[in-house]
Write a protein that binds this ligand. Structure first.
Ligand SMILES: [Zn+2]
Length: 111
């Protein structure tokens, strides 16, 4: 990865991190339980539980993605071999790295 590629990668990752971090508070807020006194019917209570399951999944996906992006950001700055396949040493395409920042193998070696 040359300097320009590192810079591009860093910028894209930083932007995505920023967007994800902005989503966190609203997701967390939607996870708050509805008070048992709230006058919603049995069905909406069920609805609410289902929704919370969805939000919980989304929240944990978002957190995992943030951790992976932070790790990639650290590696692109510290690790000279970042972006090279751990198996064959070929450069991993930038597109793959952006979709899977934790990728350590090129498509061929991973398959
Ligand atoms: Zn490879």
């Amino acid at each position: 990865m040359d300097t320009k590629e590192r810079e591009d990668f860093t910028n894209v990752i930083k932007k995505e991190l920023e967007a994800l971090r902005e989503q966190l508070p609203s997701l967390e807020k939607r996870m708050e339980p509805v008070s048992p006194d709230a006058s919603i019917g049995r069905l909406s209570r069920l609805d609410n539980m289902v929704n919370q399951g969805v939000v919980e999944k989304q929240l944990s996906n978002t957190r995992v993605r943030i951790l992976k992006l932070e790790e990639a950001l650290r590696r692109v700055q510290e690790d000279e071999d970042f972006g090279l396949c751990a198996e064959c040493g070929d450069p991993i395409p930038l597109k793959r790295l952006l979709a899977m920042p934790e990728a350590e193998l090129c498509v061929e070696c991973a398959s």
